[in-house]
Design a protein around this ligand. Sequence first.
Ligand code: GUN
Length: 285
Amino acid sequence: MAQTINGKQVSQRVKDEVREQALKLHEQGITPGLAVVIVGDNPASRVYVNSKKKACSEVGIYSEEYALPQETTQEELLKLVEELNQKEDISGILVQLPLPAQIDEKTIINAINPNKDVDAFHPVNVGKIMIGDYDFLPCTPAGIMDLIAETGVEIEGKNCVVVGRSNIVGKPMAMLMLHKNATVTITHSKTRNLKEICQQADILIVAIGKANFITGEMVKEGAVVIDVGMNRLEDGKLCGDVEFASASQKAGFITPVPGGVGPMTIATLMRNTIKAAELNATKSK
Ligand code: GUN
């Protein structure tokens, strides 16, 4: 039976560290500030944005919310991003995705000042992650690295299988594991023999967005299983991409949903906002 990795507990530790760093910055006359932009009324986005703002107030980071209507044009959103790029009391800018269809996400991400890009989505930051020389770590993958560290399992030389190839999770996740000298396989919806590949994984990271997609028979005995999924079932319950009941019979360590990866994403965002405040303070001197 697997040991459950407690993301709430680990994220609290990270937030405690961030609170101390925020205090130190305040003493130096630097106020870390995060602007959170949400366009439209996607219920999941609303929940995420509320959690991000709550975390800011817990750790002593100033935050501003910009809630724009569903019909906002790309030009209007670009104008706001440009204003936030210039705003001195804003260290980090987060534009919650997805955006409504009339707005091109890439155009918006490209417009964010890379030094304020606390999601690490801008091509400059993505490139820096690729070469292992980054200012901002991508929030969900970095949070997962902390969760794996918590297990005490050595990464070097291990087989790591990432299920899902999104720009937000799968691709940067694979890169961080590669930097730690894992042998990394990225799988996706067109992958053949997925079951056999997953069965080889010492570390299995699942971000495919399909409820209960990975079952116990796909999990190697003793593996570390990280579930990034956040799926809402018809009865309103939340569930991950991994079928917890069967996978936890095989895994050595497993993350729950909720209370696993989710809180770590937010904790890393707080860390990144501190980093942004430091970067921007240095730049403006
Ligand atoms: N939508 C889903 N996850 C994320 C995230 O980490 N950042 C932003 N900006 N939008 C998201």
